[in-house]
Design a binder for this molecule. Structure first.
Ligand SMILES: CC(C)(COP(=O)(O)OP(=O)(O)OC[C@H]1O[C@@H](n2cnc3c(N)ncnc32)[C@H](O)[C@@H]1OP(=O)(O)O)[C@@H](O)C(=O)NCCC(=O)NCCS
Length: 151
């Protein structure tokens, strides 16, 4: 069955949480950022998600997950492109993220690797930046990445 990409709704939160935690990713603040989350919906089931936290002209892309059995069908790219379109719509100019294993995937979408000092001030307020900057074991495992939306 092909999955439809749509904005997340409140009733999706438990499924989004399950997708994210199954990958060991942080599932904080889903209700808070729901307005800028997207899901891939296959009937009653969410099989993918991606979210944005917006900090003025910058944003953090987070919670990009495709269910393991659906990977390799360009759903991940579709989810990220929906989030980036939303970012542009909201006048965001630069998008940042942290990833452990998917840097190759994000590189294909135009992101480049940046160190913690490459994250601009506004995004440093995010919980992810705080955690990565404060926990050395986490810092060793994640890569920071950035994309200029070019406006
Ligand atoms: C990363 C993830 C979302 C990719 O989803 P997907 O639907 O399999 O990806 P797509 O099919 O859209 O892939 C798009 C392109 O990226 C490539 N790609 C996918 N995963 C990749 C990876 N881990 N490393 C390098 N390239 C990758 C694909 O081969 C494809 O390349 P192409 O354009 O040359 O054909 C998925 O593997 C996942 O959920 N991983 C676990 C969660 C995670 O690590 N999320 C990122 C942290 S927020």
């Amino acid at each position: 069955m092909s999955a439809g990409l749509r904005r997340a709704r409140e009733e999706d939160i438990p499924q989004i949480e399950a997708l994210i935690t199954a990958e060991g990713l942080p599932a904080y603040g889903l209700a808070e950022y729901l307005e800028t989350f997207f899901v891939l919906d296959e009937g009653e089931r969410a099989v993918g998600c991606a979210g944005l936290e917006i900090y003025g002209e910058a944003a953090l892309l987070r919670s990009v997950v495709v269910a393991p059995e659906r990977r390799g069908r360009v759903d991940g790219r579709r989810l990220v492109e929906a989030a980036l379109a939303e970012a542009r719509e909201r006048s965001v100019r630069r998008v940042y993220l942290f990833t452990m294993h998917a840097d190759g995937f994000f590189r294909r979408l135009g992101f480049r690797e940046v160190g913690l000092d490459g994250f601009e001030e506004a995004v440093r307020a995010s919980r992810q930046y705080e955690a990565v900057s404060q926990i050395p074991q986490l810092r060793e495992r994640v890569k920071g990445m950035a994309l200029d939306l070019g406006r």
